[in-house]
Design a protein around this ligand. Structure first.
Ligand code: OVM
Length: 397
């Protein structure tokens, strides 16, 4: 039981209404206090940048080993076995993290850049031929589905399966509501395909996937662990960038002044993508679990209680950002927590930034006008923010 002085909200972060426009709930939680009890779910929630950042930076108190979602994986079985990088604490986390961070090194990025650039050029060529198209499918989904499985070393078959599987994965970090059940029903038949793709198979030599199995050959990982890290790549590397790219295109299509700045200076594309990540964060929330009783302000969080960290809310905290509701591609957006922070900070963030920089940069070089051409429709997901449909019309330069 929470004491009377505890700030309590009945609001629902997972309702259709909140997922469609999350700012009101983020603001309500942030304005109520540094940490608020959400009575519907029996969890704490934080939406201030200082609080979220501090929790992300304190894995000893805010553990990931009970799952990074709402279900407590020490007490209940999730739809999948726990991730060996996301849903663990040190020392277990340290070894698997090192394998992935070596594979995603700055040197590795240089090896993929040319191929990613060539695909961005080909993509924008197709967009210019189409003039009117759905940017959710033709940009946000098409580009990551092309470049990332290629970088992983997979062959072409069935990559579109990654979208419904990703939708399930990110619903799975939230409550087991109807949205989760519907995505489970859709993706369940595809899970044997996913398991097959996680195996050693015929991964292209030199690819990220081949390097995971080389780590297994060296004895740094077991064969099973290698498969689980392939799964991490496939589950964490597609939908997130689909969300990021679609949200960024939406921001630019609805802020003509910012789009004009970008077309005049395509070198701003990296900074524009960063600002879009802050302004409309693809991964809206993650959870942690308290390892001990801990005081936050006047509130006592008890051991084993879950804490909802509103990454998107922290990225709109007026105490951290000047005019947080203004999309400004020249703002210093560094310091946002859209990639998390601390030991679990996104290991693929440099790949994500590369995708954003190249796609937006190539668009800015060759497209003069970018406008909505109909009502955008969100894909509602318990934790991931993206578009199902984003009709746009463009005029080339
Ligand atoms: C994982 C995993 C899956 C999805 C997302 C993620 C954003 C990690 O399986 O490790 O982090």
């Amino acid at each position: 039981m929470q004491a009377d002085a505890t700030p309590v909200h009945e609001l629902d972060p997972f309702s259709d209404e909140t997922l469609t426009a999350p700012e009101a709930v983020q603001d309500a939680i942030r304005q109520t206090g540094p940490v608020v009890w959400l009575s519907r779910y029996g969890v704490w929630a934080m939406a201030g940048h200082g609080e979220v950042h501090a929790a992300l930076n304190d894995w000893q108190t805010y553990s990931s080993a009970s799952g990074a979602g709402l279900p407590n994986l020490k007490r209940e079985k999730g739809w999948r076995s726990p991730s060996i990088i996301l849903e663990v604490d040190p020392p277990d986390h340290t070894k698997t993290r090192l394998v992935l961070s070596r594979i995603m090194s700055p040197a590795a990025l240089r090896t993929i850049r040319d191929a990613f650039q060539a695909e961005a050029e080909a993509l924008v060529g197709r967009l210019i031929d189409m003039r009117r198209f759905d940017a959710a499918t033709e940009i946000a989904q098409a580009y990551p589905l092309r470049v990332f499985p290629d970088a992983l070393g997979l062959d072409g078959d069935g990559r579109e399966n990654l979208l419904p599987i990703g939708d399930l994965n990110f619903n799975g970090f939230g409550p087991q509501n109807a949205r989760f059940e519907a995505s489970l029903a859709k993706a369940k038949p595809l899970l044997p395909w996913l398991a097959a793709k996680c195996g050693r198979g015929h991964l292209r030599a030199g690819s990220f996937g081949a390097q995971i199995y080389e780590a297994a050959d060296r004895g740094d990982l077991t064969e099973d662990e290698a498969g689980l890290l392939m799964r991490t790549f496939l589950l964490a590397g597609i939908d997130t960038t689909v969300g990021g790219l679609g949200n960024a295109v939406h921001c630019l299509a609805t802020h003509p002044g910012e789009w004009a700045k970008l077309t005049e200076g395509p070198a701003l594309s990296r900074s524009a993508f960063e600002e879009a990540l802050r302004f409309d964060s693809p991964v809206q929330i993650f959870f942690r679990t308290a390892t001990r009783d801990t005081e936050v302000g006047t509130v006592l969080i008890h051991k084993d209680e879950k804490v909802l960290l509103m990454l998107g809310g922290a990225n709109r905290d007026p105490a951290r950002w000047e005019r947080p509701g203004v999309f400004d591609i020249e703002r210093k957006a560094a310091g946002h927590v859209a990639f998390g922070y601390g030991i679990h900070g996104c290991v693929g963030q440099m790949v994500a930034r590369l995708e954003g920089e190249l796609v937006l940069g190539e668009m800015a070089k060759r497209i003069r006008t970018l406008n909505l051409d109909g009502e955008p429709r969100r894909n509602l997901n318990n934790t991931l923010r993206s578009f199902a449909s984003l009709p746009v019309v463009i005029e080339p330069k």
